[in-house]
Design a protein around this ligand. Sequence first.
Ligand SMILES: *[C@@H]1O[C@H](CO)[C@@H](O)[C@H](O)[C@H]1NC(C)=O
Ligand SMILES: *[C@@H]1O[C@H](CO)[C@@H](O)[C@H](O)[C@H]1NC(C)=O
Ligand SMILES: *[C@@H]1O[C@H](CO)[C@@H](O)[C@H](O)[C@H]1NC(C)=O
Ligand SMILES: *[C@@H]1O[C@H](CO)[C@@H](O)[C@H](O)[C@H]1NC(C)=O
Ligand SMILES: *[C@@H]1O[C@H](CO)[C@@H](O)[C@H](O)[C@H]1NC(C)=O
Length: 874
Amino acid sequence: MAYRGKCVFLALLTVCCLLLSKLEATPNSEAEAEALLRWKETLENQTSLRSWTWPVPLKINKNVTTGPCTWFGIACNMAGSVTEINLPNAQLRGNLSSLDFSSLPNLISLNLNHSIITGPIPSQIGTLSRLTHLNLSMNFLSGNLPLSLTNLTNLSLLYLGNNLISGELDPRLFTNWTRLEYLELQNNNFTGVLPPEIGLLTNLKELALMDNRFSGSIPFEIGNLKNLDVLALSGNHLTGPIPPSLGNLSKLTILFLQQNNLSGPFPQLSGSVPEGLANLSSLKILNLGDNKFSGHLPPLCLGSRLQTFTASSNNFSGPIPKGLRNCESLVRLSIKKNQLTGTLDQDLGVYPNLGYLDLSYNNLNGVLSYNWVGCRQLTSLKLAGNKITGEIPSQVPPEIGGLSHLEELDFSANGLSGQIPEQFGDCSKLRNLYLSKNYFNMSIPSKIGNLAMLGSLDLSQNVLTGEIPFQLGNLIMLEHLNLSHNNLSGAIPSSFRQMTGLTTIDLSYNELEGPLPDNELFRRAPLSAFSKNKDLCGKVQGLRLCNVTSPENGTSPENGAQSKERKVFVIVGTLSVNHQIMEIYSQLNFDGKIVYEDIIDATNGFNDNYYIGVGGSGRVYKAEMPTGHALAIKIIQCLEGEEIDKIKTSQNEIRVLTEIRHRNIVKFYGFCSQGPHKFLVYDYIERGSLASILSNDKEAQELGWSKRVDIVRGIANALSYMHHDCSPPIIHRDISSKNVLLNSELEACISDFGTARIMKTDSSNWTLVAGTYGYIAPELAYTMRATEKCDVYSFGVLALEVIMGEHPKELLSSLSIGEKSIEVMEVLDLRPPPPAVLFEKQVASVVKQALSCLSIRPNSRPTMQWVSQAIMEA
Ligand SMILES: *[C@@H]1O[C@H](CO)[C@@H](O)[C@H](O)[C@H]1NC(C)=O
Ligand SMILES: *[C@@H]1O[C@H](CO)[C@@H](O)[C@H](O)[C@H]1NC(C)=O
Ligand SMILES: *[C@@H]1O[C@H](CO)[C@@H](O)[C@H](O)[C@H]1NC(C)=O
Ligand SMILES: *[C@@H]1O[C@H](CO)[C@@H](O)[C@H](O)[C@H]1NC(C)=O
Ligand SMILES: *[C@@H]1O[C@H](CO)[C@@H](O)[C@H](O)[C@H]1NC(C)=O
C-alpha cells in the first residue's frame, strides 16, 4: 500500500515538474543532465537507461521540452531539479567515481540496489547534504567507508549490505546521523570493534551488522537505541558478555546474536526478580545459537511475545527454565547441544502453540512424563541424545497418538525401553521417525505401515524381535529405512518391492533369512546393508543366489514384470455422472430444473457470445441469471467412448464441496448432469484467470508487488484450508495459473476445487492423474497417488510464476538438478515497478517458500499450513 501511495505521489510530482519546468528552467538542470549522462557513458550496460538521451534540448526559445525529469528512474522537484535516482535491479555495470555528485545538490534518494557497481564509494558523496535514502546494497563496492558520509546529516536509510566493503567503522561516522533509522552493513568485510558511538544513533530502528568480521564486545551504549526493532549482530567474532543495557530495548522484536564467541551468563539473573532481558517485552525472535553462553537459561518469557527462541550449541546448564510457562506465543524452541540437566518439565505441555521443540543432546533424564497433550500443534519433537528412560506413554495422556500434527519425532540415543507404541500409526503426518539407539523390544508394530507420509524410519540399535511387518511395504514414500542392529527374524516382506522411493536401506545385524525383494534398490544396495544376518540370498554380490524354484523367490521374472506394470492414466477431459439435478441449487433459491433451463436461456444454448474461455478441462460460459447473479458454467467433455457411469460420485461428496466457504475459493454450486449438456456451476469471477492477466503486459504492469504477494497468500490460505481444516482433506490436483481467478479487487480465488474429487474413481488412494503440464509433481509420474504434497509442488510453481510473471520453465529443471537457490532480484517480473524496500522481504519470502515447495522429494516439501504461515509472517 505504501508503495502504491509513493508511486502516485511520484507520478504527480513528475507531472507538476513538467508543467512547471515549462515555465521556468532552473539553472541546475543542465548541469544535472550532464552529470547523469556522463555517468551513463561510463557504464557498460545501459539498456535500462535508454530514455537518458543526449543531446538534451534543454532550452529552446526559453522552452524546456525534455530533460532528466522525464528519464527512467529520475524524479525531480517542482523546480525541475533532480531529487531521486531510483534504479534498483537495473543491472548497471560500472562504478561511482564518474558520477559527479556535486552537480546533484538536491538529491534526496539514491537507489542503485542490486547492480554490478564496483570500486569504492567516492568521498564526494558527502556533498549530497539533502540525501535521506542511500541504497547501494547488493553490489560489488569495495574499499573503506568514506568519512564524508558523516556529512549526510539527513540520512534516514543507509543500506550498504552485501558488498565487499572493508575496514573499521570510524567512530566519527556516527556523530551526525541523528536521523538515521535503518542501517544495514551486513555481509561485507568489516573488521574491528563496534564503536560505542553507535549509541548516538538514537532514532535507529534497524541495525544489521551480521556476517562481517567485527570483533570485541557489544558496546554497552547499544542500550541507548531505545527505538531499535531489529538488532542483528550474528556471524561475527564478537566476544564477551551481553551488556545488561540491552534489557532497555523494549521495542526490540528480533535479536540475532548467533554465531559469535559471546560468553558469560545472561545479565541480571541472579536476583529474585527476573530483570534484564526479561524486559525485552516486544521480542519475537531471539537467536543466541553457536556461542559460548553459560549459566542457567533466562526466564525469557515473562509476559512476552517471544515466538522463536534458539539457544542451541552453547554451554547453558541447569534445568529447562520454569519461567517459560508463560510463553503462550512460543512456536519454536531449540536448546539442543547444551548441558541442561534435570527431568523434562511437565510445564512444557502447556504451550498451546508450540510447533517445534528441540532439546536434543543435553543431559536430561527421567521419564517421558512430559505433558504432550497441551501441545496439539507440535510438528517437531526432538529429544535425541539425552538420558531419558522408561516407556513411551501410549494409552493415557500424554499419549503419543494425540500428537496429530507431528511431522518429525527424534527420540534416538536415549535409554527408552518397552514396546514401540502402535499409536505412532495415528500420527498420520509423520515424515521422520527416529527411535534408534534405545532399548525398545518386542516387535515392530504393523500400524507403522499406516504412516503414508513417512520418509525416514530409523529403528536401528534396539532389541526388536519378531518379523518385519508386511505392512511396512505400504510406506511408498519412504526414502531411508534403517532396521539394523536388532534381533529381527523371518524373511524380508515381499511387499518391500513396492517401496520404489527408497534410496538407502540397512537391515544388517539381524536374524533375517530368505530372498531379497527384487527391485532396483535391492539390486544396487551394498552388501553391508544385509550383512550379519541368518541367511539372506539374492543378486547382491557377497550373498548366495537364491534357489530359483523357491515360491518366495523375489527375483523371478514374473514378479519383476508385475511390479513394473504400473500405468499412469492421464485424464484430459472431465467426466460426468448420471445424476439428477441436485438440491444444491436450492442455494440459488431455484428449483433445479428451472436453473438448468435458465442457464440454457442465459447462454442462449451455450452460444459463442457467452463464451469466456477454456478453464482447466472444458469451455466456460458466463450466465447472467434472472436474479442478476452471474455464474460461470463449465462444460464437461466426455472422452470419446468413455462410459458416463464408470465414474461414481456420491451426492454427499458434491454437497461437501458446495458447502465450502472461503474467500479465496470460488463458490461451487453444483453439478448438472441432466439433459444434453453436462456442466459444473461456479460463481463468476470478474477479472478472469491469473494466467490471462500475467500474459497481458498492461494488466501485469498494474499488478504491483503488494497485490502479487497478497495473491500468493490467498492461494496458500485456500490450500491450507482445504488440506488442514477440511475433514477429510480435499486435494485440488490441478493448481495452475488457469485455475486461479482474480476478483474485482484482484484477490485470488481458486477455482475447480473438487473437480478432481468428482472424477475420483473409487475410494482407494490410487487415483487418476489430473493436472496441468508444467505444474505436476514429479512423483505423480510413478506413484499415481495424489497427496497434499502434489498440491504443494504445484503451488510452488504457481508462486514463482506470480513473481516472475511467467511460468518458471527452465528454472524448474535447474532446481530439479539440485540448484538450491536463486537470486530473487534476477527472476522478478520487470513489468511492474520494482518492489519497494518494504516489499522486498515479502517477495523474497514468497520465493523462498516456493523453492521449498519444489523439492523433488515430497517429504521434504512443507505443509501448506506451514507455507501459509511463513508467508503471512514475512
Ligand atoms: C514553446 O512552447 C510553446 C507553448 O508550449 C509552443 O507553442 C512552442 O512551439 C514551443 N517552442 C518550441 C521551439 O518548441
Ligand atoms: C539501561 O539499563 C541499565 C542496566 O539495566 C541501567 O542501569 C540504565 O540506567 C539504563 N539506561 C537507560 C538510559 O535507561
Ligand atoms: C523492567 O520492567 C519493569 C516493569 O516494566 C521496570 O520496572 C524495570 O525498571 C525494568 N528494568 C529494566 C532493567 O529496564
Ligand atoms: C543404520 O544404523 C546404524 C546404527 O544406528 C548405523 O551404524 C548405520 O550407519 C546406519 N546405516 C545407514 C545406511 O545409515
Ligand atoms: C533373538 O531372538 C531369538 C528368537 O527369535 C531369541 O532366542 C534370542 O534370545 C534373541 N536374542 C537377543 C539378543 O535378544
